[in-house]
Design a protein around this ligand. Structure first.
Ligand code: UDP
Length: 328
């Protein structure tokens, strides 16, 4: 019996693979290595290089490895890129997920865990936002993920399939044992970018918009440590295997930080200043979004271990130093 991890050579996926291996699970990774790295996949996991929409490959792999659960991370994740290339996002995140879900149904894989996003909420009226808040994505990225959520719901109603949809807030940090981290080239996510500026990989960083209706004018996000997120998936997997019913749950800490607050934390942790420039707003950005994570805690007995901004930032910086040493 094995768990199929799509996008397992990527940032969050590779943390998931380590978590599963640590728990003694057999893992098969499917990744086309468009943004992921083969070196990010531990030798103990099998890496199948291919596309999640290649149904011949996927169904043969599901059968060969006796896959009982899919954890589907593969997809595109950059909000402004989705604004300029919506059809690319609907292909990668929506159409290809449809094909993967169909392969799971045809292969009798009962358990499906899907990486969704807080972006499905847009800029919610109530913060922290709970799962029953109306979805109102403000970018094609959020819409592409919401469409997959709906497909999964309908497929589960029609077939022998149970799902857990996890809506991630802002995932950051790195494996505390430094076995993996965020290695994406040209990364755009705030803590990654700030860690690159802090470690000299870039000369300066930019803040996109300081005129938002927030206390310091910059957007507010709920930053969650990637290892806590991987653990939430593992608990969700156990719950599904134990017969838990399909569910959609937020994954965040319920604590919001502004862009300025994050940058200040990075400067404090690294112990020196770096240049920060102010720019105009970035398209597609929601003003403020913070999770109500009660459901994940009650349903999965999820207990965050690293819910501290400085801990997250210090792991992100340590990983940046590792990459520098390796020259990647
Ligand atoms: N951001 C920024 N500078 C950067 C990267 C991000 O000011 O170099 C801001 C971005 O505009 C947003 C917040 O940081 O308000 C979080 O953005 P990120 O891309 O990390 O995640 P998102 O919330 O878009 O998924």
């Amino acid at each position: 019996m094995a768990v199929m991890v799509t996008g397992g050579a990527g940032y969050i996926g590779s943390h998931m693979v380590w978590k599963l291996l640590d728990q003694g699970e057999e893992v098969v990774v499917v990744d086309r290595l468009s943004t992921g790295f083969d070196w990010a996949v531990p030798a103990e996991a099998e890496l199948v290089v291919g596309d999640v929409a290649d149904q011949v490959l996927i169904e043969a792999t599901m059968k060969r490895k006796k896959v009982d659960a899919v954890i589907h991370f593969a997809g595109s994740i950059i909000v402004p890129e989705s604004v300029s290339d919506p059809l690319g996002y609907y292909l990668n995140n929506t159409a290809k997920s449809r094909d993967l879900i169909e392969s799971a149904v045809r292969s009798g894989v009962k358990n499906f865990i899907f990486s969704s996003t807080a972006a499905v909420y847009g800029s919610p009226e109530r913060i922290p936002v709970a799962e029953n808040e109306a979805a109102a994505p403000e970018s094609p990225y959020g819409t592409s993920k919401l469409m997959t959520e709906l497909m999964l719901r309908d497929a589960a109603a029609a077939h022998d399939l149970d799902y857990t949809i996890l809506r991630y807030f802002n995932v950051s940090g790195a494996d505390p044992k430094m076995r993996t981290g965020q290695s994406t080239k040209g990364a755009t996510h705030l803590i990654k970018v700030a860690s690159e500026a802090a470690t000299g990989k870039r000369d300066y960083m930019e803040v996109y918009g300081t005129d938002y209706p927030t206390p310091d004018g910059t957007c507010v996000r709920d930053y969650i440590h990637v290892s806590d997120l991987a653990n939430a998936h593992y608990l969700a997997l156990k719950r599904l295997r134990d017969g838990g019913k399909s569910i959609t749950a937020n994954c965040g800490y319920g604590q919001g930080y502004s862009v300025h607050e994050v940058i200040d934390a990075v400067k404090r942790v690294v112990g020196h200043d770096f240049e920060v420039r102010t720019r105009e707003r970035r398209p597609g950005d929601a003003v403020a979004i913070v999770a109500n994570a009660d459901l994940a805690k009650s349903e999965f007995q999820w207990k965050p271990e690293y819910d501290n901004l400085e801990t997250i930032v210090s792991h992100a910086i340590q990983w940046e130093e590792m990459l520098k040493k390796r020259n990647t």
